[in-house]
Design a protein around this ligand. Sequence first.
Ligand code: 5AD
Ligand code: SF4
Length: 433
Amino acid sequence: MNVYDGQRIESMLRGRGMMPVADIALADLIVLNTCAVREKASNKVFSELGRIRDRKKPDALFGIVGCVAREEGANAFRRMKELNFVLGPQSYHKLPEILDNPDARLLNVDLSGLEKFDALPPMNDSPAVAYIPIQEGCDHCCTYCIVPYTRGRELSRDTGDVMRDVRAAAESGAVEICFLGQNVNGYKNSLAALITETAKLESVKRIRFTSSYPTEMTDDLIALFGTEPKLLPFLNMPIQSGSPDVLTRMNRPYGLGLYIGIVEKLRAMRPDIQISSDFIVGFPGETDEDFEMTCDIARRIGYINSYSFKYSPRPHTAAALMKDQIPENIKKQRLKILDDILTENNRAFNESCVGLTLPCLVEGPDKTGKHLLARTPWMQQVIVSPSAKQRVEEYKSKRVEHKTILSYSPTLLLSIRITNANKCSLRGEIVKS
Ligand code: 5AD
Ligand code: SF4
């Protein structure tokens, strides 16, 4: 969601004639897009703002958008008096107001629902992957999570509005559509119908969605994995913990049997499907036995591309007030154990891909400019070998001339033979385009 918000802000400012600069010291406007999900990310915002204040041009405007803006509200101006704007995740479309009135202080952390989607100017260039939000907020109220506070109640966008964005993205070069929502499969107007409609667009080659809540995985959506070839065989469906007691205290009322049953149904529909998850370790009251259950489920499902976090108490959440908060050193130990299991899963799956030829989506050249970076249908990164140097040059030249992107987009999907693997990524070579 933050990547999407960043792209929209960039596109909106380009529409006002602004261009990105590499160095903060040269910028006229600095927008820090923030995340409040964990305390550490939230705290870093103000130290980062201090660095920006000390390096920026004296008259440059600067401020924060996103969930920390909503979390802090007017207090952000007390913490840093020089700030020019503080805009929440549902009000960043108001950013141009500060350009029109640079002497004002702009504060808006309202939960204005879906208003921003209508207010934002259309994006006039899409990267290969277009992130399309279909809902805002979340009604699940997991006891650890600040999102229902920062992003508000769950609201689903109209299918017509979403499809308009999908078509615009496809027309300006997107090959992959990723539907977004905190509870994306809880989309009120049928996610399955949206995917089927999107798959009819010739230039869209790959479709995925994130992030899914287990109990909202309906049978029509599960069946689609077996019938819609453009839907990637990869699903992010966070379990968070493998302990029934911890799940109850997290207010995630699903049994392990139900979760495993969904995974089995998905695998029956699409035998090559891979599942990723988020995990929280050290939730209040988590015992060694609870944690062991999380490790068991991580091995048993064989998750790939997953994320694990130490529990972090957040304001406006019920878990922050629970007894039996877990000491930091135990959280750290548990995180290391779980990370090792998840890394081992990645390594085993990556190694099983060696020798396969896979359709991969090219994302662009790597930092050295000598390789191409691509994504497999399971979202692993593939570094494409130096023999593809010419491709890199070709990609770079086509990419800067946005108008030629459409004619180039079929070749953004390349057949790549996987030659090597490690725990983080794959290496491969182009078979044909
Ligand atoms: N502490 C640690 N991790 C959290 N997440 C959400 N809230 C917290 C918290 N208070 C994690 C969850 C979620 C991901 C986006 O962030 O795993 O799926
Ligand atoms: Fe937060 Fe996700 Fe739970 Fe919603 S479903 S409250 S976004 S963790």
